[in-house]
Design a protein around this ligand. Structure first.
Ligand code: BES
Ligand code: MN
Ligand code: MN
Length: 449
């Protein structure tokens, strides 16, 4: 099969999980995937959820064989405005394929599905038990996944999970992701009065925009560290092994700045580089802020409301529930008690980290064995040994798989910074897709032996 044709059909579905008007497109994507897997003689199941169902598929599984759980997500982020080509019509240009989801995660999951196609059309009785989960709620924080994992616990038991939904450096330098940050999301609203008032009243009442700005400014100290008591409790510094891996990354802070068109890093902080900070430090970031009038011309009002959306990224040993209380406490002690505060928390997931023993020895464990197989096959397909790095992004499901199914995940990223994941003109390198497909084929074949 031509992976470009497959990805083109896959991208054509506008499977935007946060958009209520796209329910039918989500359904159609599931049917497309179920069909594909049924054609490989997999037993497929549509698992309904409150939002967008899950595709679950298994080959004929036999006792005594190793079992691998393959995960990907078929939902994407909204396309947004300003694309050079239509976001849902996959377009080839200079060795790259452009479209929403081309990389995250329709590209990654296509490489896995194409490998399954290669394997199972060649040998219907390929000696590996393979379970596939394709999720439709990843980009909205995987709200149905804890229930699904609990309910299907026995059916989902496997030796190891394998995922292609993270970043590498480029199509020669592949990263095996050893950690993902956790995430907390919240929305905070300050309200001062029943409605906006004429700014002729200025000087007599509290302005919630100013109060919110002061509060936001209080969340970081002069070094850019998060100024919330208890936020850093228990956070560990990177190990020597991890620092040595970072040194091998073939780019520097200044190249990073150039690639995003920025002039300055947020601060020096404790870390030796921005790259280290992004991978090993927790953060509190403002995602959006609003209040008052920002239309054309002048409107002389004192608004009665202002709000901000915030996300935190968490690292190993931080407990998202505890951090939530620290944040709530900090907000309530800092805000003027005459303002009404409404605080809504959304996502709350802890960081995931591979046990380092699995990477640096421990031959006996299934994790250790699988990592070594991945290491060798990455070198043979991509030409270089992989780097072992924690990443700054989050995939809450990976930690859920660990907590609920007791399984570790091997995260091999086929995306790279050039792909502009979540942004306008998202794309993926065709070479990366083809190599990824070949890698997964060899990796699964070696695991089956
Ligand atoms: N595939 C990404 C996560 C990712 C990207 C991890 C690159 C590591 C490197 C995933 O689809 C994603 O965007 N996750 C969200 C999670 C959120 C919606 C709960 C994120 O990280 O913002
Ligand atoms: Mn993803
Ligand atoms: Mn994403």
């Amino acid at each position: 099969m031509d992976i470009r044709d497959f990805l083109s059909d896959y991208v054509a579905f506008e499977s935007v999980s946060c958009d209520r008007s796209k329910v039918a497109a989500m359904q159609a994507t599931r049917d497309f995937l179920l069909d594909f897997l049924a054609n490989l003689n997999f037993h497929t199941k549509k698992v309904e959820t409150d939002l967008h169902g899950i595709v679950l598929a298994k080959n004929d599984q036999k006792k005594g064989r190793k079992t691998v759980l393959l995960y990907g997500h078929y939902d994407v982020q909204p396309a947004g405005e300003g694309w050079s080509t239509p976001p849902f019509a996959l377009t080839e240009k200079n060795g790259r394929l452009y479209g929403r989801g081309a990389a995250d995660d329709k590209g990654g999951s296509s490489a896995i599905l194409a490998a399954l196609h290669d394997i199972f059309t060649e040998n219907k009785d390929f000696p590996l038990n393979v379970t596939v989960i394709l999720e439709g709620e990843e980009e909205v924080g995987s709200p149905s996944m804890p229930m699904f994992l609990q309910k299907y616990r026995d059916e989902l038991q496997a030796d190891i999970a394998v995922v292609a939904d993270t970043w590498s450096v480029d199509d020669e330098n592949i990263v095996i992701t050893t950690g993902l940050r956790g995430i907390i999301s919240l929305e905070l609203k300050l309200k001062s009065a029943e409605g906006d008032v004429h700014s002729g009243y200025g000087g007599s009442i509290i302005n919630p925009i100013g109060e919110l700005a002061k509060l936001c400014a209080s969340f970081h100290d002069g070094q850019g560290r998060v100024n919330v008591p208890g936020f850093y409790d228990g956070v560990a510094v990177p190990s020597d092994f991890e620092l040595a891996q970072i040194e091998k990354l073939p780019f520097t802070d200044s190249e990073f700045l150039k690639s995003i068109g920025a002039k300055k890093l947020s601060s020096d902080k404790d870390a030796r580089s921005a790259i280290e900070n992004m991978r090993f430090s927790p953060t509190l970031e403002f995602n959006g802020i609003c209040g008052g009038y920002s239309g054309d011309g002048v409107k002389t009002i004192i608004p009665n409301e202002a709000s901000v959306k915030i996300t935190c990224r968490l690292v190993a040993n931080q407990d998202c529930e505890k951090i939530k209380s620290c944040i709530r406490e900090a907000i309530l002690t800092r805000v003027d008690t005459n303002l009404e505060v409404s605080l809504n928390f959304g996502a709350c997931s802890n960081a995931y980290n591979l046990p380092l023993s699995g990477i640096s020895g421990d031959e006996a464990s299934i994790l250790g064995q699988s990592l070594r197989v991945a290491d060798r096959e990455i070198e043979s397909v991509f030409g270089h040994k992989p780097l072992y790095l924690r990443d700054g992004g989050s995939i809450p499901l990976i930690r859920m798989i660990k907590d609920i199914l007791g399984m570790d995940s091997i995260l091999v990223g086929l995306s790279s910074a050039e792909d502009r994941v979540h942004g306008v003109d998202e794309s993926i390198s065709i070479k990366m897709l083809e190599r990824g497909r070949e890698f997964f084929k060899r990796f699964l074949t070696k695991l089956a032996q």
